[in-house]
Ligand binder design. Structure first.
Ligand code: ATR
Length: 263
């Protein structure tokens, strides 16, 4: 890739962010379709400075990851309707100096589940109540699933439950739920702490589906346990690629090279 005076800049903000594979995925995609752009990782907590910097430089687009997906909203000029409904932004587009927030997590999660599990009337347990959980809970509800949320901090879990109109189960009682689909959205099990697993094995019943949105490692301890107990497993790479592909389209108006991005 040749960097010159026309090279455009994109990036990801998060804290921490060094585990992210988004730079590798998006830079490979830019190169594959011949777009003169680079994508960098910015480990930061200062959202005001980030958004001012995006306008000043300008930076054309930004991915937003944990823990900024909800707080970033206060710093944007406008929100796409879906991001506004969900209340979580993972993508910022710099549209001629106006920063617009989008959500591609919801559609990314649905694409990952597509063809693997029926969602209508399916009892679903979402573990975690952050930005990703919010998007996934919203998407599952839209598809007619019966959603229950559990979260380490009960007050945050209950607030999300109220906002979305779904059920809540306390963290230490999640094994009371008979879930046909479990979606794990916390960082527990992510490298380097790969032995962590937030879910008691007693709820991993044969035949249910377990999705972990962690993609590093690709097969988390949770997924290994689930597989050994006869569950269908879906790893985090699929949602990661689909949310990224949609970001790519929003930023460039070019069809994303899906196969290259997945590789
Ligand atoms: P994301 O945007 O990836 O969803 P987030 O908004 O920071 O990230 O949310 C992280 C989620 O993981 C939260 O539900 C958080 O629980 P709390 O509300 O109790 O903070 C959960 N989480 C993070 N670290 C955790 C840990 N060590 N044990 C259990 N849950 C954890």
């Amino acid at each position: 890739m040749k960097i010159d005076q026309y090279t455009e800049l994109y990036g990801i903000i998060g804290y921490p962010v060094r585990h992210s594979l988004s730079p590798l995925m998006h830079n490979t995609a830019f190169e594959a379709v011949g777009i003169n752009a680079v994508y960098l990782a910015f480990e930061t907590r200062d959202l005001k400075a980030v958004t001012e910097g995006m306008k000043a430089l300008p930076i054309k687009g930004m991915s937003v990851t944990t823990p900024h997906k909800i707080r970033i909203i206060d710093h944007l000029d406008d929100l796409h309707a879906l991001a506004s409904q969900i209340g979580s932004v993972n993508t910022v587009v710099n549209h001629d100096g106006r920063l617009i927030g989008f959500n591609t997590d919801a559609s990314g999660a649905l694409r990952a589940l597509e063809g693997k599990v029926r969602l209508e009337d399916t009892h679903s347990l979402i573990v975690g109540a952050g930005g990703a959980a919010r998007s996934i809970a919203f998407a599952l509800k839209e598809m007619g699933a019966i959603v229950t949320i559990t979260n380490r901090t009960a007050s945050k879990g209950k607030a999300l439950t109220k906002a979305l109109g779904c059920g809540f189960v306390p963290w230490e009682k999640m094994d009371h739920i008979e879930a046909e689909l479990i979606v794990q959205t916390t960082p527990l099990g992510m490298a380097p702490d790969i032995n962590a697993c937030p879910i008691p094995v007693s709820i991993l019943k044969p035949g249910i589906t377990v999705m972990d949105i962690i993609y590093n490692p690709r097969c988390t301890r949770l997924l290994r346990l689930a597989q050994s107990r006869g569950c269908q497993i879906i790893d985090g790479v699929s949602m990661f690629v689909h949310q990224g592909a949609e970001q790519f389209r929003l930023w460039t108006n070019v069809d994303p090279p899906l196969r290259v991005m997945e590789e």
